[in-house]
Every structure is written in C-alpha cells, then in structure tokens.
Write a protein that binds this ligand. Sequence first.
Ligand code: ADP
Ligand code: MG
Length: 693
Amino acid sequence: MRPERLNPLFADVASLAGVGPAAARALERLEIRRVRDLLFHFPIGWRHTSRVEGLGNAREGERVSLSVDILSHEPSRGRGPFRITADDGYGIGLILAFFGPKGSGLANRFPVGSAVTVAGRLELWNGRFQMIHPELVRAADSEGGADWAEPVYPLTEGFTSRRLATLTQAALEKLPELPEWIEPSLLGARGWPGFGPALHSVHGEPESASARDRLAYDELLAAQLAWALVRARRRRKRGTPLQGDGRLSRPLLAALPFRLTGAQTQAISEIAGDLAAPHAMLRLLQGDVGAGKTLVALMALLLAVEAGAQGAFLAPTDLLARQHMATLQKLIGDLPVRLGFLSGREKGKAREALLADLAEGRIDILIGTHALFSADVNYRNLGLAVVDEQHRFGVAQRMMLAEKADRPPHLLVMTATPIPRTLALANYGEMDISKLGERPPGRQPVDTRVVALGRIEEVLDGLGRHLAAGRQAYWVCPLLEPSEEEVEGAPTPAVTRAEMLRKRFGNSVALVHGKLPGPERDREMARFQSGEAKLLVATTVIEVGVDVPNASLMLIESAERFGLAQLHQLRGRVGRGSDKSVCLLLRGETLSETARERLKMMRATDDGFAIAEADLKLRGAGELLGTRQSGDEGFRLATPEQVQRFIETARDDARLLVERGGGNSLSGPRGEAARLLLYLFEKDAAIATLRGG
Ligand code: ADP
Ligand code: MG
C-alpha cells in the first residue's frame, strides 16, 4: 500500500482547481493524469521578458514589457488586424496588432487615453515598432514592474504554456515534506537541493541545472533500486550449483577448427564461476554480431549437462530457433548429448512425446521459441536457461522465469544488439555483464557503400556477376507488400522485388518474410542455407542471427528507412566467411538529415558498440530499445546524457542500500525514504519483493 503521505501526489489532476473534463483530456495526451505527472512534466525552456523604460531602450526581436499610452483604435479592414496605436511616453510609437475575431473586448481592455503595461515580442513593421497579440500586464501583477521569466512547457492542443505553469504551481502546493533518500555525502558533494526544493526550482526559476540533475538521479536511483531488489529476491532463493567436469565441453573444444577468442574464454570462465555458485546466475552476455555468442552459450549448456542438469536455449523466432538447433547439432556431433526442439508448431502426438521425454530427463538440451516456457512444459531438472537475442525478452519474462521454480535456473541472456554500457545498466540492472568486444580473428571488415537507387541497373549487373561466381547474397526490403494506394516515393516491397528478381535470376531466388506460413519459410530458408537458392529476398525477419558464411553480399533497399542498429544487424549477416564481403545501401532520392547521418556512420565503422553510441545520440535512449513494446527502461526525467553521468553511481548506491537491509528489506531512515522513492516512481513490482510489502 502506498504510504498516505504520497496520496496528494497521486491525486487526479482533475482535483486541481480549474481542471475540467476537457482540460483533463488535453492533459491526458501529455500522459499527465495525476498531480505527480504534472510535476514531472519539466519546462523545455524559459521565456524572458525585460522591463524597459521606453522603446529607445529596446531592440527588435526582444520580448519586453513597458508602459504605453493608448492613442487610437483602427478596426480591421479586410483580413488585416485590429490595430491600436500607442506611444511609449517618449514620443516613439508602438502598434498593438490583433488578428482574428475581435470586438468591443479590445476597446474595453485598451481604452483610448489610458496608460497600460503591455508585454510581447517587439517587431518592426513598415519601419514602426509593433507587437502582435501583446499581453496586457495587470497593474496588480508584481512582475509588471520588473524583468521576469516564465517556463515554457511541452504543449498539447488546448493548453497554453502559461496555463500549464499555473496548474504546476498549484501542484507544487500539494507537495508533501519528504525525507531525503540520497546519501548525504553524495548530496553534499554534488551540491544538490532536496527533492521538494528541486521541483520548485525546475518549475520556478531558470538555470536550475543542479535541480534537474538531482531529479534525474532520483529517477535513476528508483530504477536501480528496483533492479537491486529483484536481484536480491532471486539471490534469496537457493540456486543449484552446477560444476561441470569437462567430459563434454573439453572434447568439443578440441574438435573445433578454430581456437576460442580471448573474450570467449573470459566469458566462459565467468559463466562457469556463476554456475558453480550457490545462487542462480543472472548474467548478460553482450557481443557484437558475429562475435561468437552461440559457442559461448553451447559451452555453458554443456557445463550444465555435465553437472547432470538440463538446459534450455530460447530464440526469439522459429527461424532462429531452428538455425540454433542445426548449429548445435553440427557442433555436438557424436558427443552423448540429447537435443530436443520445441516451437509453437510442434503439436499433438509429437509434442506429447517430447514433453514426456523432457519431464523424464531423456532430453539434455531443449531448443526452441517462447514455447519452451509454456505452462505445460515441465523439465525434470532445468539448470540453465539461455535466452538469445534478448531484445524481445523483457523484464517481465525474466522475472517470470525466476518465479517458475523454487530453485530458479541459472540465466544467461545474450543481446544481439550491442548496447552502450549505460543502457545495459539501465535495462539489465539486476544482471552481471560479460562482453565479447573482440571478434574472431581473420574476419575482413565489410566494405560498405551507399548507392542511389537510380543506379539499380548497375547494381543488378554486379549482383549477376556475384551470383555467377557461385556466391550468395541477401536483398532486404523495408516493406512486404504494396500498400493500398500508390504512394509516391514509396519503397519497393519485398514481394514485388522478388518477382522482379526472379524474372532475371530464375529459381535461384528465395523469399522469406514474416507472413509466410512456417513450413514454407523453413523450406525457403533451407534452400538458401544449402546453397540451392543463391539470392534471399527478405524483410527484416533475417535481422538477427541468420548465419550463412557463403553469403558475402548484402543489399539493403531504401536503407534510409532503417534504424542504425537494424542496419548494423543486417550487415552482420555477411562478413562471416573468408571472402571479402560487401554491403550496398541502396538509398532513395530524398534523405532526412538524420538518415544521411546514419548512412554516413554505417560507412565509417563496423564497430557495433560505436554504432550503438551514435544511435543513442541520434535517437535517444527510449527509441533505441523500442521502449514501449519490450518493457525496456525509458526515462522520463533523465536525459541520455544524465543517464551516462549518473547511472553507475545510482547502481552502486542502490545495491548498497539493499545489502544494508539484508537483501530483503529497506531498513533505517534512508531505507524508509527509499521506499517512498520507489512508490514515487511507481516501482510497484519491486516493492512487492520486499518482505511484508
Ligand atoms: P553471434 O555472436 O552473432 O551470435 P555466432 O555465434 O553466430 O555469432 O558466430 C559467428 C560465426 O563465427 C559462426 O560461424 C561461428 O562458428 C564462428 N566462430 C565463433 N567463434 C569463433 C572463433 N573463436 N574463431 C573463429 N570463428 C568463430
Ligand atoms: Mg547469434
């Protein structure tokens, strides 16, 4: 239950004076539903108004306030404005112009012969000073007599910034006195204000960098506390220590045609250490495309099997799961390891038999899709779950996996997308991280070029030569089918492109996309993997994981439509064999500035981590991870730059606070305060992990 003192903050915005149903709906569009949301809706800038004494002291373009004498009214003619002429008291004229509907209202507000104070942006019109729609500054307004600044809020239709400012001031009045949750020494070292004063400062005065930092830190600390609690909860449960004896992993390594990279060896030893520990592993394996994550996963699975446990290997799509199955089968060869496969497509008798084998321990490693963790799938002895291409396996699923067993299995999560360390901390804060920064030796960088779509004939000729030489290629399109209406400049869909390519290259063209029925997609994929098909036309279903070393040409049509991370993933499909590989980015006629930047970045580097950092800058953190869909962490207050600066401190601080509470409570005055912080940022699931919470 939320502590009562926070109730005023969680009251509906409609409880504030002046917020009716229409206003509430407008606020809803800004995701402002409660008083708290209003307080967390920060200004994006400040509007300054300088008080001037006469226009002689003002410049064109400035926002000023001054007192003027009203001389005359000129009602509008045609589409022109209603004009009021005024004098600044020093003989310089000023026109106050009002467009749109007008009536007696103006005459009443600005009576001829009166002296009023107006505020607005000063413009020059026909050589005379003018203000369009100036504000009438009431004599009672204290700010009428001095310079002032007011916040500018991100807006929605139906709301002025000033109205939001007024509402926010009302919301600030509701702010209760709260205890401090930030470590006093940190607060002192950074010179940060308390939570309440920080909110007042952000909404009340310009130049409050330290207030913004503090509030960003609060948000990060809340998120990291939540992670720390999830982590502590998993650690409270005993895991099953798994100590492999090497009888499977050692012969496998000996049979490999290559040696492990240093990074692979390091990651495997970190994993082996975790597996042998008495609580369940929670480890994230980050590696760029082609870094060799699959082999690391297999080694981990073999260690678990050696120790007498079962392993599960989860891939995000049926296609990838099948490919992992094939890869593992090949690598395992004659070793006594029994593999099973389960996706949504296994049905009826075959599925029942498989489930029985699993429950009775006749399967050592089960490979498949999310079906691996359906309610009716029972393992005899699940010791390790490996989740590939983490992107689509969100926080909720991770927690569910822990809940399923009283002894949670060890968990190894692998990201296909290299993400900057700060984002890894933000999204996998409960985990330890291993990184494969180094790729297997002997890989040649992929030669990346940007080609205008107008030169497609040349490209097709080149493709023809490539295929004739016995090599394979991918052709990726952003869309699958033509849209209903013809849109000018729309990209060519995969289906249309495949048809066209078949006319030229015949039956050696395969087509896969998300809407193709499973068996058909497998058949097409198999044709390509076996080399029977030379050219694979696809939508982004091949984005992650597909591995065909003989494919050394990647064509991405309308490349400007893809995100950086996506382009990098796609390019990662080539450059896997010994041949020099090429990636052609076919671009449309018109490019936005960021699209141009993206393509430039792709040409400049193939370092996935560098690309991820650039992507973060171009797009912001939420988008990079597809915030909304996957349940990944997006921050409302903290900017990517603040995340960068503060997240490590927040992580350490949070883990310390939870450890102090013995891992299952938040104790002491700071612990109590931290509990409020969790509520404030709606980390309800994390609070539920607290004893008695
Ligand atoms: P990813 O990290 O993208 O999942 P994969 O595991 O698919 O990468 O590995 C890419 C390719 O590199 C595979 O063909 C794999 O067999 C090969 N590979 C993995 N480790 C090494 C190594 N140490 N030396 C050479 N090739 C390797
Ligand atoms: Mg992979």
